[in-house]
Design a protein around this ligand. Structure first.
Ligand SMILES: [Zn+2]
Length: 331
C-alpha cells in the first residue's frame, strides 16, 4: 500500500474488501457461490453473446459481441448488493473513512469546484440531484454556490453523516422509488455510480425524464481503456466484480447517452495512474509507494522531469486514455 493509500485510509478499505470478497467464493469451483449470482444479457444492448475477457475474484468479466461493453456476467443478484450497500460490512465503514479523510475531501472538492466553474454559464442556479451521493461532499459544494441540493444514498451511515456534519439534504432511497415529476432538476449527477447500476439504460432514461430541457447530467466513471488499465488489465483496482458491474469505454458511454436521448455529450478523461504504471514497469507492486530506482536511467530522467510528464499526461488525455471519464450530457 502506498503513502497516499495510508493517508486517505484506503489501505484499510482494500484489506476489508478483499476479505469479504473471499468469503463469497465457492472453494470447490473458485467462482462466486451460485445462489448469489444471476446470468444476464448485455446490460447496454441486450445481446446474449459475449467473450470472456478475464476472471478475477471468482467473477467472469466479459465483452459483448455486439456493442463491446465490458461487464460482469454472471453477476451478483440485485438484492444481495442492495443489502450490502446499507450493511455494516467492514469495507463500507472503511470506504466512508477514506471518502471523509481530509486529503480525499480536498481532492474531490477541487474537482467539484472546477466542474461548477465549467457549467455555471449553462446552469447558473436551480435544483441539483446527486445520485449515490455518499456523505454529500458534492452537495455541499453545490449548496455553497446557491443551488438547491438533494442527494440519494442507500448507505444510512453516509446519509446521516452528510445531514449532520455537512448540513445537506440526503434521502436513503433508490431513484426508481422517488417518482419525481418530469423536468424537476437542472443538474443530475453521478460520481462513480454508473458502473454500479444494474440497469444503466433504464436509470439514465429516468434521469433524462426528470431533467428540465437544457439541464445537465454530469459525472465521472472509470474508463476501461484508460492507459493504466490497458497495461494492468485485471490487476486494475476498478475491476472488483461485486459492485462495479459495467465498464464503459468512450464508445459504449456515448452509445448509452445516445440510446437514452441525450443531445450534446462532452467526454474528457483524467488521471493517469502514473505511480501504478511506473511501479508495474519495474516488476513492483503497482499499488505500493511510487519507486523509480529500477527504471532505466534515461527513461527515469525523462519521466521525473515535470514538464515532460505534463506533456505526456496531456497527450494521454488528448487520446482519451485517462483512467476516468468526466462527462456532461445535455437534455
Ligand atoms: Zn452489448
Amino acid at each position: 500500500m502506498s503513502k497516499f493509500d495510508r493517508e486517505t485510509k484506503r489501505n484499510q478499505f482494500f484489506t476489508a474488501r478483499d476479505g469479504e470478497l473471499d468469503a463469497l467464493i465457492d472453494k470447490k469451483t473458485g467462482k462466486i457461490k451460485k445462489r448469489l449470482v444471476e446470468q444476464i444479457n448485455c446490460p447496454l444492448c441486450g445481446n446474449l453473446k459475449y467473450k470472456l475477457v478475464f476472471v478475477k475474484n471468482g467473477f467472469d468479466f466479459v465483452r459483448c459481441d455486439k456493442c463491446a461493453l465490458v461487464y460482469v456476467n454472471p453477476r451478483m443478484k440485485e438484492k444481495e448488493i442492495t443489502k450490502f450497500y446499507d450493511s455494516k460490512a467492514d469495507s463500507n465503514t472503511r470506504a466512508l473513512d477514506f471518502l471523509s479523510s481530509p486529503l480525499q475531501q480536498k481532492i474531490d472538492k477541487e474537482l467539484y469546484i472546477e466542474l461548477f466553474n465549467k457549467i455555471k454559464k449553462r446552469v447558473p442556479s436551480g435544483k441539483v440531484l446527486d445520485i449515490g451521493c455518499s456523505f454529500g461532499n458534492f452537495l455541499k459544494v453545490a449548496k455553497d454556490r446557491g443551488y438547491e441540493e438533494l442527494g440519494l444514498e442507500l448507505n444510512n451511515m453516509a446519509a446521516e453523516y452528510g445531514r449532520k456534519k455537512l448540513g445537506v439534504n440526503i434521502e436513503a432511497k433508490l431513484l426508481e422509488d422517488c417518482n419525481f415529476p418530469d423536468n424537476s432538476f437542472d443538474i443530475v449527477s453521478m460520481f462513480g455510480v454508473i458502473e454500479h447500476l444494474f440497469e444503466p439504460v433504464k436509470i439514465v432514461k429516468e434521469i433524462k425524464r426528470i431533467l428540465r430541457p437544457g439541464g445537465l447530467f454530469i459525472g465521472r466513471c472509470p474508463n476501461v481503456y484508460g492507459f493504466v488499465y490497458m497495461v494492468l488489465h485485471e490487476l486494475g483496482r476498478t475491476f472488483t466484480g461485486r459492485v462495479h458491474l459495467t465498464y464503459f469505454s468512450e464508445k459504449t458511454l456515448k452509445y448509452l447517452f445516445k440510446k437514452t436521448g441525450f443531445k450534446r455529450v462532452e467526454l474528457e478523461t483524467f488521471i493517469t495512474g502514473r505511480d501504478s504504471l511506473l511501479n508495474y514497469f519495474q516488476f513492483l507492486d503497482p499499488f505500493g509507494d511510487e519507486e523509480y530506482k529500477y527504471l532505466p536511467d534515461k527513461f527515469r530522467k525523462f519521466i521525473l522531469d515535470k514538464k515532460n510528464f505534463k506533456k505526456l499526461e496531456n497527450k494521454l488525455y488528448e487520446l482519451g486514455l485517462g483512467m476516468k471519464f468526466k462527462f456532461i450530457a445535455e437534455k
